[in-house]
Ligand binder design. Sequence first.
Ligand SMILES: O=C(O)c1ccccc1NCC(=O)[C@H](O)[C@H](O)COP(=O)(O)O
Length: 215
Amino acid sequence: MSVSVKICGLNTPEAVDAAITAGARYLGFVFFPKSPRHVTPETAAALVAPVPLGIARVGLFVNPDDATLEQTLAQVALDIIQLHGDESPARVAEVKALTGLPVMKAVGVAEPKDLDALWEYGLAADMLLIDAKAPKDAVLPGGNGLAFDWRLLAGRQILKPWLLAGGLTPENVNTAIRLTRAQGVDVSSGVESAPGVKDAEKIRSFIARATAPIL
Ligand SMILES: O=C(O)c1ccccc1NCC(=O)[C@H](O)[C@H](O)COP(=O)(O)O
């Protein structure tokens, strides 16, 4: 089976088009004002309009309150909610019930004990995004271009479908998939020319390499 790719932090029609044309399965839109990739609901509504059926439109939120979710969903057609903050498993369940959408929960990993959280979040969420844990002083909880030790995931049983994230690039994605056996990968800064500026050629190259046969 081919690896599914999520391109996160899309903020222009050109980048959305590059991701769709190259074969992305998930498109991520960041609703977190401190991010250089942040989009308003108005901008996001225009960006998701041409997305064909079969490609999931993922809205990324950090510790959102109910009103933020409701107001965003009233304006933007989204298929999946990505929670990338400190949301508890109980909050993940609440967001699923409130929005009626599947939830992808990001779990940050820096050391082996961080993997313990995968069990509880696996029960609550529909999908997991296993990302590098952001440093304590980081402004962003994700999208920092940092990788974790992929060998921690080797042979690990994970309850729900999951994507590997954190510091992936066109150059290293093949190795990351080989070591972790991930069925999906997510990238943001690794396909940018500057923070918040997606590079169409890097998007194409990333997807081509992620979906190439793994030897
Ligand atoms: O990308 C952001 O700006 C961002 C902001 C706040 C929370 C999460 C964010 N990104 C999360 C993602 O899904 C990224 O794709 C993931 O962390 C990997 O990022 P990168 O290491 O830059 O590929």
